[in-house]
Design a protein around this ligand. Structure first.
Ligand SMILES: O=C(CO)[C@H](O)[C@H](O)COP(=O)(O)O
Length: 236
């Protein structure tokens, strides 16, 4: 896979930090656990390490939060399961695009925010892994991904822009990017998000909005890496 080859280059200190954080989180996985498997390049390293443990006899089952993670897990021999067999997960592991001091997040850089939110919200414990550049004093430095129904997306975008966001329809190869759920993603640049819970409530009420990339009160612990150094953030 070309994306995996890219990750393996480890050119920057951030890349190496993602690997360090991704490998570290595997220490929290216990035999018999049912896991939420998040998405993104940091999770890639967690999956690689996890597959080594599975090969050594660790017994776990995972629910992937994206088609890409599902494919990687299958290639790495990580056993997967479905929500009709499991209602609650022991632990979810996931990446993030921004993390504030309250462990509220912006997610969805990879376009998997809806499934990621379902997975993280159904886990008893959620650990986020990232490089230290993802730590921010206030959310909103990067655009907020919002998944919307393709039908009438232009009106939905207009309603979102009335809340102060500058909207860009996410594209891939000059065509609208399609999420795993068949929807569009609007990347919305706000001038900072001082009250993420309030903004999430306003956005989720808009007709046409499926889910926002604001993950409020869903995270228990964060593992941040830079080069081979690790830092931890706990819920205040
Ligand atoms: O939310 C996500 C995908 O929807 C990812 O977890 C997020 O974009 C972080 O990705 P990476 O680990 O590649 O920096």
């Amino acid at each position: 896979m070309s994306e995996q080859n890219d990750y393996e280059q480890l050119t920057t200190a951030s890349d190496r930090g993602k690997k360090a954080a991704g490998e570290k989180v595997v220490e929290y996985i216990e035999d018999g656990m049912t896991l939420g498997l998040g998405s993104g390049s940091t999770v890639y390293w967690a999956l690689k390490k996890l597959s080594e443990k599975v090969n050594q006899g660790l017994n776990i089952r995972g629910i992937p939060s994206s088609k890409r993670t599902e494919r990687w897990a299958e290639e790495l021999g990580i056993p997967l399961t479905h929500y009709h067999d499991v209602q609650e997960l022991d632990l979810a592991i996931d990446g993030a695009d921004e993390i504030d001091a309250n462990l509220h997040l912006i997610k969805g850089g990879g376009g998997s925010l809806v499934r990621e939110k379902i997975v993280n919200a159904s886990a008893r414990q959620v650990i986020i892994i990232a490089d230290t550049t993802k730590r921010v004093t206030q959310l909103g430095k990067t655009p907020l991904p919002i998944e919307v129904l393709p039908f009438g997306w232009e009106v939905t975008a207009k309603r979102i822009s009335n809340l102060g966001g500058k909207i860009q329809l996410r594209k891939k190869n000059s065509q609208p990017f399609i999420s795993d759920n068949g929807n569009y993603i609007l990347d919305c640049q706000f001038e900072g998000i001082p009250e993420p819970a309030v903004l999430h409530k306003q956005l989720i009420q808009l007709v046409g909005v499926v889910e926002t990339g604001l993950f409020i009160d869903l995270t228990d612990r964060v593992i941040l890496g830079m080069d081979n150094q690790i830092q931890y953030l706990e819920k205040p």
